[in-house]
Design a protein around this ligand. Structure first.
Ligand code: ATP
Length: 521
């Protein structure tokens, strides 16, 4: 049975509002009323996303001896998607409400619910009149009324009339109904999720290309050139990050499911078990390795272990070529959901590209003196889903006594993003206590300039110190450095730690080294 656990410490609305308030993430094309399923990263969010990508690249490419990076095009030859099976199979089942909202759903996201039929009856005149086409299916009468008021009243032209919703006796049944308007749903039909465009000046079907729905195929088609030029033997991996596009039927839950998003994928090419020599890791052992390695990456960057778990796809639901697929799930405020997928893809992709392109993609193994296709293990992460998970896990509300807000300090609520230092968008903020003292401002600016040489530091004098601390806490800045009147005398500054709020006096000429050491630690 699905695990229906819920978070009680943070809601999606809280994160959405923090993101808007602090310039982390905005709805896409907002000044034109928005474009559904798109989100833009603001100044703070752009840094956060870049840091998440850098942390992944470091762990998956730079810290390893067996993985190289590539950067392929968004637009690939249309045959790539024929070979990969996306043209035929990259579909989701779609259904529509026959009710007035005409809303569209992923059929597999609609749960069977017990509903009763309510008939709309106009009781304004002496003779009550059942309204044709006013049949609403709802789990309760209250819900039926809500559907009526939101959608049906206007649709049926009953504004200003007195209307009763009459339960049809014996109609209660378990079935698929629109959860938005109580209408019946159409049968499911398959819908291809790839977005397309045309290349060149003539817009005929031969010019049609797809915007990639995943970054992985850009790796497979470069596999042989990358392997040969990097002089690689099995096992080795190719990693790539970048945008992907899917025409999701119901984009929702903020940046969890969007139509344009980023992925971080790695294809690890390894020997099938039958060609392994003593002591060499088999394909299934690599699969196991990458499942664990990827979960540990999230823990390394601050996600609490109890908010992560594996979901192993049951054998009978695997694609015909897959020898195992595990989702790494995170407990989002919307419940447990896929954060990353780790799949054993067998030899499927390279076989397909070999057949469709006519190129020999087999590997010559000098140990067994044979040509064969390697197995592929694919950890595929969504950058935006990772950003959302890091934001949710880092979010805390605390009641604190703020010494910086008046004598003795009064109790107040503080919102803080306890992000891992490597992910924090801004590493240090330099704040002059008085913005109308040119000597303080000059000293603070100089410190910020020194810090900027090696990290992302900011200078900010746009408010009172308490407000400035609050702003930096909310975006997860690990250190705030205050320059006060005493600084001019003792040539020292105060460093405030985001998590403990403890303050330490550090000589101004040592502050750059202190920040560098503490960020590295
Ligand atoms: P889902 O079942 O949630 O649609 P998926 O299994 O189709 O996801 P994959 O094809 O395995 O996803 O893609 C790898 C990763 O890319 C996912 O684990 C997820 O993090 C991310 N991803 C996929 N689709 C989206 C999307 N529409 N918006 C944001 N991230 C996505």
């Amino acid at each position: 049975m699905a695990d229906k656990s819920q978070r009680s410490d943070v809601t999606l609305d809280t994160i959405v509002s923090l993101c808007k308030r602090r310039g982390i993430i905005f709805p896409g094309s907002e000044i034109y009323g928005g474009l559904q399923g798109t989100f833009d990263y603001g100044p703070v969010g752009a840094e956060l996303k870049r840091n998440v990508k850098d942390a992944w690249w470091r762990a998956m490419v730079q810290e390893r001896f067996d993985i190289e990076g590539v950067d392929s095009c968004l637009l690939l030859h249309p045959s790539v998607w024929e070979a990969s099976g996306h043209v035929e199979n990259f579909t989701d089942p779609l259904c529509d409400s026959l009710g007035p909202s005409r809303k569209r759903y992923r059929d597999d996201h609609i749960e069977d619910t017990e509903c009763t039929l309510y008939r709309t009856v106009d009781v304004t005149d002496e003779e009550p009149k059942a309204i044709e086409g006013g049949e609403i299916w709802a789990p309760t009468k209250k819900k039926a009324k809500e559907f009526y008021q939101t959608w049906w009243e206007k649709h049926l032209g009953l504004e200003g009339r007195r209307v009763k919703l009459e339960e049809v006796e014996g109609s209660t049944t378990v079935g698929r109904f629109s959860p938005d308007d109580g209408g019946k749903l159409t049968a499911a039909r398959m819908f291809n999720l790839m977005l397309s465009t045309t290349v060149g000046p003539v817009e005929d079907s031969s010019a049609r290309v797809y915007l990639r729905p995943e970054t992985a195929q850009g790796i497979f088609i470069n596999y042989e050139s990358a392997r040969a030029t990097a002089r690689r033997k099995l096992p080795f991996g190719l990693a790539q990050q970048g945008k992907s596009f899917r025409n999701e039927i119901t984009p929702r839950n903020f940046i969890f499911r969007t139509r344009e998003f980023e992925q971080m994928e790695m294809e690890f090419f390894c020997k099938p078990a039958e060609y392994c020599q003593d002591g060499e890791q088999t394909d299934m052992e690599w699969f196991d390795f990458w499942r664990n390695e990827r979960l540990e990456w999230y823990v390394r960057y601050g996600i609490r272990r109890e908010n992560l778990k594996f979901y192993d796809h049951p054998k009978e639901k695997l694609s015909h070529y897959s020898r195992g697929t595990t989702d790494i799930e995170y407990l989002y405020p919307i419940g447990w959901q896929e954060l990353e997928g780790v799949a054993h893809r067998g030899v499927f992709d390279l076989t397909q590209h070999m057949e469709h392109s006519g190129r020999d993609l087999r590997y010559f193994d000098p140990q067994v003196e044979k040509h064969y296709l390697p197995c592929v293990i694919e950890p595929a992460a969504g950058t935006d889903r990772a950003v959302l998970a890091f934001l949710c896990d880092a979010y805390r509300e605390e009641v604190v006594r703020r010494a910086d807000e008046g004598k003795g300090g009064k109790e107040s609520k503080r919102v803080v993003l306890g992000l891992h230092k490597d992910l924090a968008p801004i590493k240090a903020a330099v704040l002059p206590l008085l913005q109308n003292r040119p000597d303080l401002v000059e000293m603070a600016r100089k410190i910020a300039t020194d810090l900027k040489r090696f990290t992302n530091a900011v200078y900010d004098d746009t408010g009172a110190i308490g407000k400035l601390y609050r702003r930096q806490d909310e975006i997860g800045t690990p250190y705030c450095i205050t320059v006060d009147v005493d600084s001019l005398e003792d040539h020292a500054v105060t460093v405030r730690d985001r998590d403990t709020m403890e303050q330490e006096r550090i000589p101004a000429d040592k502050i750059a080294g202190w920040i560098r050491n503490n960020l590295a630690g």
